[in-house]
Design a protein around this ligand. Structure first.
Ligand SMILES: Nc1ncnc2c1ncn2[C@@H]1O[C@H](COP(=O)(O)OP(=O)(O)OP(=O)(O)O)[C@@H](O)[C@H]1O
Ligand SMILES: [Mg+2]
Length: 244
């Protein structure tokens, strides 16, 4: 298992508890969705897995080592691209890379792969939101991470750009086969992307259900089986409004 979470809890110094008693694991190359209403600890869970937040109880093993002692081979992507405005696109992709010269060709290739060939020398302010998020995808992949953590990566984008970037993410995943944890509020997105969806509930958040999505890719966005799963997820989250 590339990731193994055992009864993990995160309590903050002020008494808040983000999540409680969470256990799950991820196989190499799996895409796992995390869904749950606001405040149930999803972002905090990603931070603990990344090693940024080290004060958890229980065990979070990343490639066999506790997450607090291990932050190599992990990349993060957020809702907003978080690009450095004073750096050109290619420099943003290479930001944080130790040997920039050795990685420059990979950065150029990655930019081509995410549809930004020719934009290497442009600056973030010259890009659309979708283009900036493509740069963020390239930046997340430049280190060839084994685990990619995505916190609502496409939620700030319009519906069409979102669908394009979901497909792009699957394309690069096909090549790199990184394990991905994707936090999303978009159930359709989770059903389209993920092998497994973890449903969190409550505050503190607890894992209430694991749903295996056993549909081959590429999936159809109108798939009837997926629509049934969507109904189930909505009812698990108590979000289903049924007409009487
Ligand atoms: N640094 C902190 N100190 C104290 N409490 C915190 C801290 N960070 C998060 N929390 C609390 O932990 C809980 C979970 O927060 P988190 O941001 O992980 O939720 P989330 O599931 O990502 O929510 P959303 O869907 O709105 O992004 C919240 O109750 C929040 O107040
Ligand atoms: Mg969050």
């Amino acid at each position: 298992m590339v990731l193994s979470v055992e009864r993990a809890t995160r309590k903050f110094e002020n008494g808040n508890v983000a999540f409680r008693n969470i256990s799950f694991s991820a196989k190499n190359g799996e895409i796992i969705g995390l869904i749950g209403t606001s405040g149930c600890g999803k972002s905090t869970l990603l931070r603990t897995v990344s090693g940024l937040d080290q004060n958890y109880e229980g065990s979070i093993l990343v490639e066999g080592k506790e997450a607090r002692d291990h932050n190599e081979n992990i990349s993060f992507m957020f809702q907003e691209p978080r690009l450095m405005p004073w750096l050109a696109v290619i420099e943003n992709v290479l930001f944080g890379v130790k040997d920039r010269v050795a990685n420059e060709q990979s950065a150029i290739q990655l930019l081509e792969q995410v549809g930004l060939k020719g934009f290497e020398k442009q600056y973030p302010k010259e890009l659309s939101g979708g283009m900036a998020q493509r740069v963020a995808i390239a930046r997340a992949l430049i280190t060839s991470p084994h685990i990619l953590l995505l916190d609502e990566p496409f939620s700030a984008l319009d519906a069409f750009t979102k669908m394009q970037l979901q497909d792009l993410l699957l394309e690069v995943w096909e090549q790199k086969k990184a394990t991905m944890l994707v936090v999303t509020h978009d159930i359709d997105e989770a059903l389209y992307l993920c092998d497994r969806i973890l449903i969190f509930r409550g505050q503190p958040g607890e894992l209430c259900e694991e749903i295996v999505i056993d549909r081959p890719r590429p999936r159809s966005r109108g798939d009837e089986e997926l629509a049934k799963e969507k109904k189930r997820i909505l009812s698990l989250l108590n979000l289903e409004k049924v007409k009487s």
